[in-house]
Design a protein around this ligand. Structure first.
Ligand SMILES: [Zn+2]
Ligand SMILES: [Zn+2]
Length: 299
């Protein structure tokens, strides 16, 4: 397995498992000189394998991804939503294939308080919020709820798990040919009072176990967290602890605070690497950057 920053090529679709970050920011887009390197777009991740493209979350980063898709006819396109907070759906109305009549789109998303994904997205495209009505969408859409049971897309195995976050939020795990990527953008590891059931921590560690790449909510520093408990997000150090417990190979800190500068991210990650090296931590770590591509070769 090679885990190196990589320029994508068509050959990637055959045997490699490739991920690309299109948006790494939490809460609200934050463009500007202070975020130029790690990016200001909100959460969107692309995973490709075997001619399949899976899109996770529809934050503002999905807009540029979807422009790249316009030359590809039809689909089926697949979007997996973790939940419906703004930063995870605000790019959806700008997902270009929506208005391509011959396209097919499957949306996988958890219900929110008994309201299904179609109704929630139709509300987002209601006339109060957006000028183009939901009924103008030309693509054929289908919807399904993620389940705790594994399901397949081609030879890709998908799983989901409910995480600690206000509203019903899930994380996803993608397995193919002995390689695995976990995407958990919003999750308050130390949070209390969430409706996640008994033994949640142990189940979460199992969920991420052995992953080649874990992309996890790391919005706050240890110093910031005490004044933000209950807001649904984790610290860098808690994400690292989860990665270590789960024997994850590479951790990508994700869902960067909109006020977090590139320089701060560099400093935080550098310090965590130094501390990790001093105690023999085997987890590779870096802050997810918009445009980052990682390629996991077939074993
Ligand atoms: Zn978020
Ligand atoms: Zn959220």
């Amino acid at each position: 397995m090679n885990l190196v920053p990589h320029t994508p090529s068509p050959a990637d679709d055959d045997t490699a498992l490739t991920l690309r970050c299109w948006g790494t920011r939490g809460s609200i887009p934050s463009p500007g000189p202070h975020t130029a390197r790690y990016g200001g777009n909100t959460t969107c991740l692309e995973i490709r394998h075997g001619g399949q493209r899976l899109i996770f979350d529809a934050g503002s980063g999905i807009r540029l991804l979807s422009r790249e898709m316009l030359s590809e006819r039809g689909g089926p396109h697949r979007i997996f939503l973790t939940h419906f907070h703004w930063d995870h759906i605000q790019g959806f109305p700008f997902f270009a294939p929506l208005f391509t009549p011959e396209a097919e789109l499957e949306i996988v998303a958890p219900e929110q308080a008994g309201v299904d994904a179609r109704t929630l997205l139709a509300g987002q495209l209601g006339p109060i919020y957006f000028p183009v009505p939901f009924s103008a969408i030309g693509t054929r859409m289908s919807f399904r709820r993620p389940s705790d049971e594994a399901w397949q897309v081609g030879d890709i195995t998908l799983r989901s798990m409910r995480v600690k976050h206000p509203s019903h939020a899930v994380g996803y795990r993608v397995d193919v040919g002995g390689r695995a990527i976990c995407f958990i953008p919003d999750d308050e590891l130390e949070g209390v009072g969430y409706d996640v059931g008994e033994g949640w921590r142990e189940r979460l560690v199992d969920f991420v176990r052995g992953a080649d790449v874990l992309i996890h909510d790391s919005m706050y520093t240890d110093a910031e967290y005490p004044s933000r408990t209950g807001w649904g997000h984790s610290t860098f150090s808690e994400s690292l602890r989860l990665a270590e417990e789960g024997d994850v190979k590479q951790l990508l800190f994700f869902h960067h605070d909109p006020d977090r500068s590139d320089e701060e991210l560099d400093e935080i990650v550098s310090r965590l690497r130094d501390e990790g090296m001093a105690r023999g931590c085997a987890v590779g770590m870096e802050a997810a950057a918009e445009g980052l591509v990682l390629r996991l070769e077939a074993r």
